[in-house]
Design a binder for this molecule. Structure first.
Ligand SMILES: [Zn+2]
Length: 438
């Protein structure tokens, strides 16, 4: 009735090596200590353990016995410890400089205090299961350097793997650490002494996660990273999703001249909202705080707005003005424009709507509105590319959260290279399918 029966189980397990499933050793007996710890006595179950590690000749003369206590994966709620009863051998080869040696098996090399599978597991916990080095070390009863080293070995396979093919590359910036201002003792001026940024490169469409990270956020930084990638890989990139960074756009034009730059319209709407609150803050201060001056540009706008409403009081004007902003006529017009482009209206229609939007903004004579319109116009090809493809760098932002999380849980990852490696491991986890170890 056991599920294994039809899978060809052989029945009673006589081979005690299967008890632990740890190759090379078998269980002699298990005793339980007063505190509940199970002490498992092991014998060597691998003939090659008596091959001299230096010359490879099998030894036949026992020199003595030894007990080592390698640690293994935790199993059960109470402690589990190994007593490995092994032999020392005299090497029989006369020419061999090694006189004697103790037995070793691949899972437990001579001198190792932990099994290879425990070491590998510790590394994967950090690499794939989002554990910090400190957590893994505590949970597995290992030292910090042992876990850190295990992680580096496990992560090497990720870092050395070739980049996956990427159709849409996402580029985004993240701040690394806190900014720091310091006062110059001579001049008394405050200076920004530390403002470190990283640029992250992500697979914005597929499951490749974080592909790379470099210090800095200049065009040169972006180009430096791109130059480390194979040309054939770069040629496969069709789109690059960024936020409205002119620096990144310039870098892409140089480094990936055939790729189409895409700007998520979320960034445009965000920009419009920011502009609206700037205007609102400014006008509120002016209406409530002091009388406007004829030279203030916003008062020029006011005059314009009042052209046909000269009987409005200040209060009435404020009400009207705020209504304009609250209903977000500017935002509304922008949304209409974006929506029209999205419905696949023809070029001429979109072109016309865009022209109407720009004209309306210019006519408003409100400096922020004009700035917004100019920005939207300057980024229109990239915005249109987003509307046509739907590609965005939303994934970059998700990955930025991981980067920040890794930085915050940085115990053991104070070194920037280790942090980058860790983030790369975490964000490529899904693609690598290692979730079993979580
Ligand atoms: Zn030898």
């Amino acid at each position: 009735m056991r599920q294994n029966d039809h899978l060809g189980a052989t029945g009673v397990v006589n081979d005690t090596t299967l008890l632990l499933d740890l190759a090379g050793v078998s269980v002699i007996r298990v005793e339980q200590l007063e505190d509940g710890t199970r002490r498992v006595h092991l014998a060597t179950a691998d003939e090659t353990a008596r091959a001299c590690p230096q010359c490879g000749v099998f030894a036949s003369r026992v020199k003595g016995r030894a007990i080592t206590r390698p640690r293994d994966l935790p199993y059960g709620e109470r402690g589990l410890e190994f007593f490995w009863h092994k032999r020392r051998w005299w090497c029989g080869e006369k020419a061999c400089p090694r006189k004697s040696f103790t037995e070793q098996v691949p899972q437990i090399p001579a001198g190792a205090r932990i099994t290879m599978r425990l070491r590998a597991w510790a590394g994967r916990r950090v690499r794939d299961a989002g554990s910090t080095v400190v957590q893994a070390a505590r949970d597995l009863g290992l030292s910090w350097p042992v876990v850190m080293n295990a992680f580096r070995i496990a992560a090497a396979t990720v870092a050395e793997a070739p980049l996956p093919d990427v159709e849409v590359l996402g580029i985004d910036e993240t701040r690394r650490g806190r900014t720091r201002w310091e006062q110059d003792p001579d001049t008394g001026k405050w200076q920004l002494t530390r403002d470190r940024w990283h640029t992250g490169f992500v697979d914005a469409l597929g499951t490749g996660g974080l592909l790379g990270q470099v210090e800095g956020r200049s065009a040169a930084d972006v180009l430096a990273w791109l130059s480390t990638t194979p040309l054939t890989w770069r040629k496969n990139i069709k789109f690059v999703a960024i936020d409205m960074s002119a620096t990144y756009r310039a870098a892409i034009r140089t480094g990936l001249p055939d790729a189409i730059v895409v700007v998520d319209h979320f960034h445009v709407v965000q920009l419009a909202n920011k502009m609206l609150s700037t205007v609102r803050r400014r006008t509120t201060a002016e209406i409530r705080g002091r009388r406007g001056r004829a030279t203030d540009p916003e008062w020029k706008a006011r005059r314009r707005l009042l052209r046909n409403r000269e009987d409005l009081t200040d209060t009435q004007f404020a009400t009207m003005w705020n209504a304009l902003l609250d209903e977000g006529e500017i935002g509304q017009r922008l949304r209409t424009l974006l929506a029209l482009a999205r419905t696949g209206a023809d070029r001429e229609q979109v072109g016309h709507a865009r022209w109407r939007f720009l004209t309306w903004c210019a006519d408003s004579d409100i400096p922020e509105v004009t700035t917004l319109a100019t920005t939207v116009d300057r980024w229109w090809p990239e915005i249109a590319a987003f509307i046509n493809t739907g590609h965005s760098n939303a994934k970059s932002e998700g990955i930025n959260r991981v980067i920040k999380l890794v930085a915050r849980n940085a115990f053991g990852f104070r070194n920037a290279d280790n942090q980058r490696l860790r983030t790369r491991c975490v964000t490529t986890r899904r693609a690598r399918g290692h979730l079993r170890t979580a």
